[in-house]
Design a protein. Structure first.
Length: 1163
């Protein structure tokens, strides 16, 4: 037992010794690994640079998976929310839609104007039920049922019939009738259902109403001559029950949305269910269903006033003699009137002016001879909300939606939309009927400050708005004439089919003004004039009078701060066109920008056949489809044919402006200036009088006696266009005319800007001369074309002073720059100022100009600061252009003159430094030029020139490195050629640093020197004419001289480096290196490197302290070394050595223990 125990103990001790040895070895191995692992880790990182990228991708994928999970959850929630929203929206009612789109048209059931008022009445007054026609009359007339103020509320409890006439009279009669979803039928050939008179008030409401339904409809896409007629003038539709009583109304609203300089339109369909209603049920009736007179008041808050199918009324609502109709909701619909104003008529008949105030509700589907929806006779109509839609005339009349004979119409909000003037009168060129949306005559005053007039269709003239006083042009005075004042709102997507003025027609004896504001802009957009006979007018037409002695009756249109662009004409004048009887003035004050419009091109039948052999056919309203579209010459207005036959006119442009008139006019028909709204140059070019190609300078202008065609070179996005858009408050864009005048067509008087006398300064032509002398030699230098600049200024005010110089600082003295020029190669300077259009009369028939040289940017030149004062004596030739109304009193006319000045004499005075010299009268040469020169001087202006010079240097550097030995006297070579001919050398210092950076310097200790002449030799990059800013790239080479025969134990670096050095003039007299690179062209063994793999390296000799130094470096090695197998070999070597150390240590430990016991081996 003891023996076994001893053996066990010996075995455990042996085990402990072995373990101790292993631990010792492990400690040694740990020490070794701590030394070798860092470089091993770095090697692994260098060998696996792609690994972090891979990890990033994996990380992104992991994150993406997590996000996908989240997105799935969120997506489910979103889908659930979307489903809820769709369920809510599926009811498709006005109430639901209005919450989603605040800009949507509001129909009859506006809660603010309807139910709120009704609720208030119900709270304050007792309500009495009505169940029969007998109840209706007896209870409404029973004063005992009224409160102390005469007010009472009645509610229907059933459909009833009442053929009686119920007369409500007296200021103490204030009746509210709640239809409560039921109908009152009234059968009478002449008698009203209700008379409301003598300050009595009747209010009708319907607490049983239901919301309208709306279908979003379609976007209007019609453009140019392509038109879908059924999308315009969409009349309202009534549907009836089995008893032919209205039960539904469908009407259409063309909604317009303004954005930037234009609008877009969309048609929406509204369907209203008619619950409570008052219904006329008599055929061939002339009754006024609701008859208001002697200062009575009728209020419609909800419910419908209508008629039975195929029946008639005189008017659904009629008011006269100071009475009032107030409509805040409900419907006036479906009536066919036997006279005027089937829907509502307000009149001054038998006394005072009556009024219609439309603050809500819908007037739709009514038709009459005039004013299908509303007819106002010398009364007042105020539209602040609501909708007038789908009404029409019965034949050739005025005013499908509204007709105002005299009186006042104001539109500040709401919609006049899809109304129709239904029939062409049969007389091409008359244009006496129209105004599908709104018509007015007989001295009516129409003001539009907001709202939308859209989608209306006239078979004749004036699709949107038509204002005329043609019936009064026999009067000798314009006093009391009609006028139209537009300060806001949208007139868009209206159509005139067979006459002029799709958006607006301004008739004879009418003054119209369009003047938006920054907060209330005017848009006249996307209207279509489809007349193939008349001259046109897509956006606006202004009617003149060609009858002798009747010119004063012409319509007059004043447009301020307008932007006229993107309009199209099938003929000429996509922007503006003027035909024979019109007069036009384009001024610079609150004026216009006309550019970017489209017209026909240069098309012409070279064979000489008559244009448009397939001409206009009045029976079918077809033909006139050749290019260009020309008028049919109504009223002998065929001067567009003259333009068509003029090659000079056709080929020089006519897209933006066109005028054509008979030959022989002694007075100008138009005056146009070259500056556009916003102050920019309109860049007009075109032709004049069918004979002469012209360009209008920004400060110039042109007067027209017969014809003009103009196209602007300004484009959308140009600074001139952007400035015009910023200044504009009226936008006339996107309109179309089959013939001429896409934006505006006028044969009346058209003023684009503030009317004022026009002063036309004569075309002054000046000559001057230029010399450049070397300041050092006084010899005259050669000039180059356009080397120097010169200017002419004009003194336009009493406070302006002569331009002057103080040292090199110039002051224009608040004079106006009117001309600029440059010299030619011979030093000649010429100015042709052209006609100068100004807005101020000439004082004492004298204009003072100043001729100066403009200082350039060349500091080597002393510029001539002489100022020449040029005095021009003139004669005023005054011509009456037209008579215009005073801005603050349109009944008063003011004559408008064009003052054409001619030159009498030109004299000059020379001012230089402190001296002044009168040069006397300048003579005009055969070409019309006046030469400005001192008889004692050689040239008008003389500059002095000091040639510019510059210099600089660059010092090339390279680095020499020795490894494994001592630094010897090695040699580096530098040359400007790859063969190193005439190379410059530099040597290292013996026993110096083993890395030495050497500079290549000349005998004077300087680098490479450069002069301006060095860097301006071809090839080089030119600077300005003086040489400033010039640059040139120089190429050099550097290598180490191979001296292995002297230093045989060194392996020499045989690399060759090419240096590309760009030296640039700094414009301050110095030259500096602006870009230096070096490229290795031979490797260390002297082998050429393929150019395809040569890589330039940015040179940095330490000057740029923000980046590492980087210059050509040459490395010599003293002894050879065994080849390495890379970091992996090093790693294996270290690991093998470490393992051997561990084994040795363990063995020594075991042996030492054995020796301690006498050398006896332990088990």
């Amino acid at each position: 037992m003891k023996a076994n125990s001893d053996k066990s103990k010996q075995s455990k001790k042996a085990t402990r010794r072995v373990l101790a040895g292993v631990l010792c070895g492990a400690s040694v191995l740990s020490l070794v690994l701590s030394l070798v692992m860092p470089p091993i880790s770095q090697a692994i990182a260098n060998d696996a640079q792609a690994a972090p990228t891979e990890e990033t991708v994996m990380g992104g994928g992991s994150s993406s998976e997590s996000t996908d999970v989240e997105n799935t959850t969120n997506g489910d929630a979103e889908n659930q929310n979307s489903d809820d929203a769709e369920d809510d929206a599926s009811e498709d009612t006005v109430d639901a839609d209005s919450a989603a789109d605040g800009a949507e048209a509001k129909g009859a059931d506006d809660g603010a104007n309807g139910e709120g008022a009704i609720s208030l009445a119900a709270e304050n007054e007792p309500t009495h039920e009505i169940s029969s026609g007998t109840d209706l009359k007896s209870k409404l007339l029973n004063k005992d049922l009224r409160d102390g103020n005469g007010a009472a509320t009645f509610k229907l409890t059933a459909d009833i019939e009442c053929d009686d006439e119920i007369r409500l009279e007296g200021a103490n009669t204030k009746i509210t009738l709640d239809l409560n979803g039921f109908k009152i039928k009234h059968d009478s050939s002449a008698s009203p259902l209700f008379d409301v008179a003598d300050y009595a008030t009747l209010t009708v409401m319907d607490s049983g109403k239901v919301p309208e339904k709306v279908a979003d409809g379609q976007q209007l896409q019609d453009k140019d001559e392509h038109l879908t007629p059924e999308n315009y003038g969409k009349t309202a539709i009534m549907s009836y029950d089995g008893n032919e009583v209205p039960e539904d109304l469908t009407y259409y609203v063309t909604e317009s949305a303004a954005s930037g300089v234009g609008t877009t339109e969309k048609i929406k369909e509204y369907k209203a269910t008619i619950k409570g209603a008052i219904v006329g049920v008599t055929k061939n009736s002339k009754m006024r269903l609701i008859n208001v007179y002697q200062h009575g008041t009728f209020n419609l808050e909800s419910g419908a006033i209508t008629q039975k199918k195929d029946c008639n009324v005189g008017n659904l609502i009629y008011a006269e003699n100071g009475s009032a109709v107030n409509m805040s909701g409900g419907y006036v619909c479906g009536a066919s009137g036997s006279g005027d104003g089937a829907g509502i008529m307000v009149s001054n008949e038998k006394g005072d002016v009556s009024t219609l105030k439309l603050t809500g509700g819908v007037i739709a589907g009514n038709s009459a001879n005039r004013g299908g929806g509303v007819y106002a006779r010398y009364s007042e109509v105020a539209i602040t909300n609501g909708i007038i839609s789908g009404n029409s005339t019965l034949g050739a009349g005025l005013g499908g939606g509204i007709m105002a004979e005299g009186g006042i119409v104001t539109v500040s909000d709401g919609y006049i939309t899809n109304n129709r003037m239904a029939k062409f009168c049969g007389h091409d060129g008359w244009g006496d009927h129209g105004g599908a949306g709104l018509a007015a005559n007989n001295g009516a005053h129409v003001t539009i400050s907001g709202g939308q007039i859209t989608g209306n269709y006239s078979e004749e003239a004036g699709g949107g708005v038509y204002v005329t006083d043609v019936d009064r042009n026999e009067e000798s005075s314009r006093s009391g004439m009609a006028w139209l004042n537009i300060t806001g709102g949208i007139i868009a997507s209206n159509v005139s089919n067979r006459s002029e003025g799709a958006g607006i027609r301004v008739g004879q004896m009418v003054d119209a003004m369009i003047n938006g504001t920054t907060s209330s802009k005017v848009y006249i957009t996307n209207n279509h004039c489809m007349s193939r006979f008349d001259w046109g007018g897509g956006g606006i037409f202004v009617q003149g009078n060609s009858n002798a002695g009747k010119e004063y009756t012409a319509g007059r249109l004043f447009v301020y701060n307008s932007y006229i662009s993107s309009n199209t004409a099938g003929g000429y004048g996509g922007g503006v066109a003027v035909c024979p009887t019109g007069k036009t003035l384009v001024t610079n004050t609150d004026g216009t920008a006309i550019f970017g419009n489209i017209s026909a091109g240069v098309e012409h039948n070279a064979a000489g056949d008559e244009h448009n052999a397939n001409g206009y056919d009045p029976a079918t309203n077809s033909g006139n489809e050749g290019k260009p579209h020309l008028s049919s010459g109504g009223s002998e207005k065929n001067q567009d044919q003259d333009a068509y036959n003029s090659e000079k006119f056709r080929e020089n442009g006519h897209a933006d402006f066109f005028l054509a008139a008979k030959d022989g006019h002694k007075e100008p028909l138009a005056a146009i200036i070259g500056k556009m709204l916003g102050g920019g140059d309109a860049k007009y070019s075109g032709s004049k009088e069918l004979k002469e190609a012209i360009k209008i300078p920004a400060d110039g202008g042109v007067q027209i006696y017969r014809s003009i065609g103009l196209t602007s070179d300004v484009h959308v996005g140009d600074a001139e266009a952007n400035n015009a858009q910023a200044a504009a408050t009226t936008f006339i864009t996107g309109n179309y005319s089959w013939d001429h005048g896409g934006g505006i067509m006028s044969n009346g008087d058209l003023y684009l800007g503030v009317p004022a006398d026009t002063y036309v300064y004569p075309s002054l032509k000046l000559k001057a001369s230029k010399a450049l002398k070397n300041k050092q030699t006084e010899k005259e230098e050669m000039l180059t074309k356009d080397q120097f600049s010169f200017a002419v200024y004009r003194k336009d005010s009493d406070t302006a002073t002569a331009p002057s110089w103080k040292n090199d600082s110039f002051s224009d003295g608040d004079c106006t720059l009117v001309g600029s020029a440059k010299n030619d190669a011979e030093g000649n300077i010429t100015f042709d100022l052209g006609e100068q259009f100004v807005d101020k009369t000439v004082v004492a028939n004298k204009i003072t100009y100043y001729l100066v040289e403009q200082t350039g940017g060349d500091s080597d030149i002393e510029y001539d600061h002489t100022v020449y004062e040029i005095e021009v004596q003139l004669t005023d030739n005054e011509t009456l252009l037209m008579n215009v109304p005073k801005k603050d009193d349109s009944s008063q006319n003011v004559p408008l003159y064009v003052h054409n000045y001619t030159i009498t004499s030109v004299s000059a005075t020379r001012r230089s430094g402190g001296s002044t010299k009168a040069l006397g009268i300048m003579e005009r040469d055969g070409e019309g030029y006046y030469s400005i020169i001192d008889s004692n001087a050689e040239k008008t202006f003389t500059n002095k020139y000091t040639p510019y010079t510059s210099s600089g240097s660059w010092t090339p550097k390279a680095t020499k490195v020795v490894k494994g030995g001592e630094m010897k006297e090695f040699t580096l070579e530098f040359a400007n050629n790859p063969d190193f001919n005439n190379a410059q050398t530099v040597k290292t210092w013996v026993d110096g640093d083993k890395s030495q950076t050497l500079s290549f310097l000349n005998a004077s200790g300087e680098g490479i020197k450069y002069s301006l002449s060095d860097i301006t030799k071809n090839p080089f990059t030119a600077g300005d004419p003086t040489g400033r800013g010039a640059s040139k790239t120089f190429t050099y080479y550097v290598c180490e001289k191979n001296e292995s025969s002297i230093f045989s134990h060194y392996k020499f670096d045989q690399s060759v480096y090419k240096l590309d050095v760009t030296m640039t003039d700094q414009k301050d007299g110095t030259i500096a290196a602006t870009n230096v690179t070096y490229t290795q062209t031979k490797d260390a063994d002297g082998n050429p490197i393929d150019e395809a793999v040569q890589t330039p390296v940015k040179y940095n000799d330490g000057s740029d302290t923000s980046k590492p130094t980087s210059i050509p470096t040459f490395i010599n090695t003293y002894s050879t070394s065994l080849p390495l197998s890379g970091m992996s070999g090093v790693t294996l070597t270290y690991l093998a050595g470490a393992a051997m150390l561990c084994v040795a240590a363990a063995w020594m430990h075991v042996r030492r223990k054995a020796s301690a016991k006498g050398g006896e081996r332990r088990e």
